[in-house]
Design a binder for this molecule. Sequence first.
Ligand code: FH5
Length: 289
Amino acid sequence: VSPRAAPKSWTIQDFDFGRELGRGRFGVVFLAREKSSRKILAIKVLAKEQLHIGGVIQQLKREVEIHSRIRHPHILPLYATFQDESKVYLVLKYAPNGDLFTRLKHAQCGRLDERTAARVMIQLINAIQTCHQHNVVHRDIKPENILLGNDDEVLLADFGWSAANVTAANRRETLCGTLDYLSPEMLDGQKYDASVDIWAIGVLMFELLVGKPAFESNDQSQTSELILNARYRIPLFVSQSAKDLIRRFLKREPSQRITLAEALEHPWIVRNNQERARNSPSAAPRSTN
Ligand SMILES: CC(=O)N[C@H]1CCN(c2c(Cl)cnc3[nH]c(-c4cn(C)nc4C)nc23)C1
C-alpha cells in the first residue's frame, strides 16, 4: 500500500471560480470547480486583514481544526484549506439546493408541512448530536446555516464561526445578526453550554412549522424581552405532538430542556419518520402479533 500521500496544498490556480454564493463580514463564498477533477465545490474566501482586525484568527484556526475532524452525513464537509499572502481559502462541499432560509421563504405560506419539517429536524438533531460528542457547540443554528444537498438532505454549515459567518445580503439580519436564535442565558451574558444549541433547534422547529421565528418582533429590545421570559405562542394549526416537542426544547432553564437523545425518541419525530419507512417498498414485513 502506498504510504498515505501528504495532503496536497492547493492554490487558486487549481480552481475556476464561478458566481458568488453568499457574502459576510469576513469574506465571500464562491461556486468553484477544481480543474483536474472538474469537481464542483464552494470556496469560502476570508480576508486576513479583516480576520486580524476582528481578532478571530485563533478562533478560526480552532473551528477549522474541529470542522475538518468531524465527518457526518449531515455536516457540510470541509475538504481543505489553503492561503496566499492576503486570503484564507476554505474548500467546502457545494450544496446544490441552497439553504433552508431561502427554501422556507419560497415554501407554501412560508412554512413546511409537518412530515417534511420532521425529516429536516431528525437530520439536524443527528448532526448536532455529533458536534456535541466532539465537544463542539455550534452556537449559530439558524435556517441560513442549514444547506440542502441532493434530494434535500440537510447539510449543517458554519460551525459556530460566528466570527467568520457568511450572511448573504438578502438574508434577515439586524445590527449584529439576528437575535431570534439566541438563548436566554446567552442574552443574559451568563455562561452557557451545549444546551444553547437545543434552544436554537426549538426556535428552528417553530420557524419551520410556523414560518417565522418564535420570538420575532419589530424591535430587538422586544425580542430580547420575549426570549428572556421564554414567551412565545404556537398557532393552533400546529399539531399537539409538535407543540409538545417545541415546548420541551424551549425551556428557559437550560437543565430542563429535552436532550437530543430524548428528542429522537419523541412521538412527533418517530411518527413522522416511521411513516416513510412504512410506505417504502423495502420496509420489513410487519410482524403480526
Ligand atoms: C452560512 C453560509 O455559508 N451561507 C451560504 C453562503 C454560501 N454557502 C454555501 C456553501 Cl458554504 C456550500 N454550498 C452552497 N450552496 C449554496 C447555494 C446553492 N444554491 C442553489 N443557492 C445557494 C446560495 N450556497 C452554499 C452558504
